[in-house]
Ligand binder design. Sequence first.
Ligand code: EPZ
Length: 435
Amino acid sequence: MVGADPMPGRSPGREHTGAMDRIIVRRSGPLEGTVTIGGAKNSVLKLMAASLLAPGTHVLHRVPRITDVACMRELLGSMGVRTSWIGPSSLEIVVGDEIEPEAPYELVEKFRASIVVMGPLLARCGRARVALPGGDDFGPRPIDMHLRALEDLGATFTTAHGYIEARADHLLGTRLLLEFPSVGATENALMASVRAKGTTTIDNAAREPEIADLAAYLNRMGAVILGAGSSTITVEGVDELHPVEHTVVADRIEAATYLAALGVAGGELTLVDARHEHMDMLIAKLGEMGMRISPDPDGIWAMAPRRLRAVDVSTLPYPGVATDYKPLLVGMLASADGVGIVTENLFSGRFRYVDELVRMGADIRTEGHHAVVRGKAVLSGAPVRAPDIRAGAALVVAALKAEGETVVADAHHIDRGYEDLVGKLASVGADVRRG
Ligand code: EPZ
């Protein structure tokens, strides 16, 4: 297969063997030192898909070596796109004049972000055949808003045998109004409208920093996009786009994970390349919990007390507290001082990790999309299983305040979104290892 470099410990298509698919954590802290934050998973996957829009050689820098990137490389490879690492975190993407506009089930079912190839394929080829997506199991995750936006731009859809067949002889600019500021639907609409005839406005658009990063990449390619990062994005369709070089925005969820580890274990850290301004609401919350966090010439400086104070948290679309931070916050509250009420407003089923934390002695009750967390001074190490990317990281973080040994199985989920979580944590004093 074109340009498939094996991932550290993981390669797409190689099922997860037991060996090394566990993370073993012992109580640790205080943490001290510097961690460099990589590029955002939730941006780079969309930038890779956007490359389909312009034949030629693209180069992305600060690309994390995570499993989802390997999966997207495999997906692009199946369309005839050649990708190869040309540096520790630089990826070359060579898009030919001909691409096969199909995303097969066996590749799509591995990661949900694959759905964002729909927009660029429709814009580039006027047709796309994409398997219905898989990914993390947070309860129902429909794609109705993606399809409605693309339909409003002029596409037609039929669904058969688990595949969506999309066609668009012409994409015409128009006003799109999203029922909810969906990240994925905004991205698909953006990538379809950059080559549509005329002007498109996307109202109630998602405002996540990853959307602004995608728009910046597309504008470098010759698109004309205004307002990305706000609720109203305007796109002037163009006839042609060209390949470019771009550095992926820093991963705010990865940065939040190290802040969470610091909060649980105590100490002082510098997060190089982290973007303070992309994490305002979370940093305010962590401040209420007793942490001190400020921008630093290199990124973010942070310090945490021996024990956090409990707070209440509700998840919301950006700039609210991101749903991806929530498992980490619950992991922090499990050993904080006091009671915290956590409310999930985006994904109804995103509490699957709570039973694993309770196995570690945490006192957490869930009711619908609320969780009540009564903090314990110390948790107890136990064998647990990572149900998905962020929940897996939250178990590792919570285990930094657990007596004895915690063994987090199914660590391959964590590898989907984190490059070398164990190595980075160990480098600042955490007692963690693969096993
Ligand atoms: C992106 O998922 C991220 N994934 C998620 O991060 C993140 O949790 C989510 O945005 C919210 O911030 C990637 O970028 C790859 P949405 P996405 O469309 O695009 C509903 C991680 O751990 N909805 O903004 O799938 C949906 O069910 C992952 O890195 C519809 O109802 O999220 C949800 O309730 C997990 N119909 C809400 O909107 C639609 O057509 C937000 O979903 C689309 C979405």
